[in-house]
Design a protein around this ligand. Structure first.
Ligand SMILES: Nc1ncnc2c1ncn2[C@@H]1O[C@H](COP(=O)(O)OP(=O)(O)OP(=O)(O)O)[C@@H](O)[C@H]1O
Length: 333
């Protein structure tokens, strides 16, 4: 579910109306970053629409962190150029960006609200204002009792939430989160998803990397699937799924008859059921043949492929094996 954030229309990229350049919060063109002879980012074009929740999805070592750092201006590309909030020199926009790096780190003896205010100060927010906002953020998210506790007394999930609050305290226009869900339990993952949606509702652009398909599926209006330093797919999760055909599972009481000629050529019999991809013409002609032939339909299901199936088809089974899937949280608050 994408919350109340306006989503781009779910049409194929070819049919999409061109988005005006100013509507992109982040753009990268022909980006290449090598470490020695290794191309960690190998010719990437990316455009993140302003206001979108955008996921960069890929296995460990795919180049996600290097891509995010390159887009942010933390490292310079060997080739290509990027634009952050319309600015060709990304670091100039640092105060309007919130960045949660993959390596987390807070001063253990600092109080939670001070840590948040301190991170805001690094992005230009006056400390006094930061302290007020930090307390409000903590209280607003049920963590008021932890405001004066030193970081070392917080649980890992709470400390990560504090760092996240420090990432957004200066009210950035763009939030970039590198693997924000890793190390969080299901409840804190759910809270983080809610926070991301809340920011997006306020018009903030969210760009995050993940190797958990379920998060991208639930949150993102658009995704880029990255493997081996390249983008293998870019579009909506629905468009990714559309790369595969829906799968039909049919059980019949009668096992043979003239109606079997109507089964598609790719049909396989397994576990007492017929399995095949949904034909282009739909299920209706087959249904007619089954009814006319008195096949005795016991069950029929048509399943749309999940994003995980699409990921396997796009990035390959080896890359998919390295993806870690998380349990789906309960419905959103
Ligand atoms: N500073 C560096 N020097 C040498 N190699 C690097 C450097 N940074 C990244 N790499 C290599 O580039 C590749 C891509 O790394 P990157 O961290 O961008 O991937 P990732 O998709 O974010 O994966 P992970 O989630 O594991 O960090 C990896 O093989 C990594 O070892």
């Amino acid at each position: 579910m994408i919350g109340d954030t306006p989503a781009p229309s779910p049409v194929s990229p070819a049919a999409s109306a061109p988005v005006p350049a100013a509507s992109y919060a982040v753009e990268g063109h022909g980006l290449v970053k090598t470490f020695g002879s290794f191309r960690a980012v190998d010719g990437i074009d990316i455009a993140v629409p302003a206001g979108a929740i955008y996921g960069v999805l890929g296995p460990n070592g795919a180049g996600k962190t290097t891509l995010l750092r390159t887009l942010l201006g933390i490292i310079d590309p060997d080739e290509g150029h990027r634009t952050l909030l319309g600015e060709g020199q990304p670091l100039r926009m640092a105060r309007q960006v919130g960045y949660l790096p993959e390596e987390r780190g807070l001063y253990p003896s600092m109080k939670a609200f001070e840590a948040i205010a301190f991170m805001g100060a690094l992005r230009g927010l006056p400390l006094k204002e930061g302290r007020v906002r930090a307390r409000a953020l903590l209280e607003g998210h049920g963590m008021g009792a932890s405001a004066d506790k030193p970081i070392r007394q917080l649980s890992k999930g709470m400390a990560q939430t504090v760092q996240l609050f420090g990432t957004i305290i200066h009210e950035p226009r763009l939030i970039v989160l590198d693997e924000p869900f890793s190390g969080l339990d299901a409840i804190n993952q759910e809270k983080l998803e809610a926070l991301i949606r809340e920011q997006a509702r306020q018009g903030v652009t969210i760009l995050f990397s993940t190797h958990v398909i379920a998060h991208a599926d639930r949150l993102c209006e658009r995704i880029a699937i990255v493997a081996g330093g390249r983008i293998r797919f870019e579009g909506t999760p629905g468009q990714a799924r559309d790369q595969l055909r829906s799968q039909v599972r049919l059980r019949t009481r009668v096992s043979d008859g003239g109606w079997r000629r109507a089964l598609p050529a790719d049909t396989v019999a397994e576990d007492g059921a017929w399995h095949f991809a949904l034909p282009d013409e739909g299920i209706e002609p087959l249904l007619r043949a089954l009814l006319d032939g008195q096949a005795g339909i016991e069950s029929l299901s048509i399943e749309r492929p999940g994003l995980h199936d699409a990921f396997v088809a796009i990035a390959g089974a080896a890359a998919a094996k390295q993806m870690q899937d998380a349990p789906a949280p309960e419905e959103d608050a």
